[in-house]
Design a protein around this ligand. Structure first.
Ligand SMILES: [Zn+2]
Length: 100
């Protein structure tokens, strides 16, 4: 039997009693800096995929700064926390602006 562990709280997820949630995140460098030609609709995702396949072919790991994909298993508790605060910002968000 396969056991899944929550990547956040390290608790074993009992699939008989609860649902396992999967978080998939893609982080990649937006290649839109300095682009001024609005008609130039280059498919950057395609380019990234191309780079990835090239990296696979040449057996060279792509720079993590350019593209990263991560996957987490979460229990329902941690999934709730994640959805509320995906970036893990611990400081509460203050509504309104300071009057400086
Ligand atoms: Zn958890």
């Amino acid at each position: 039997m396969i056991h899944f562990t929550c990547d956040c709280c390290k608790r074993v997820i009992d699939l008989d009693e609860e649902v396992r949630f999967v978080v998939r995140m893609e982080v990649f460098a937006a290649a839109d800096a300095g682009e001024t030609d609005a008609d130039d609709e280059r498919d950057y995702l395609e380019e990234i995929e191309e780079m990835l396949s090239l990296a696979e072919d040449s057996d060279e790991s792509l720079n993590d700064d350019v593209y990263q994909q991560v996957r987490f298993d979460l229990c329902s508790d941690c999934r709730q926390k994640f959805v509320r605060d995906p970036l893990g910002r611990t400081t509460p968000v203050h509504l309104g602006f300071s009057n400086n």
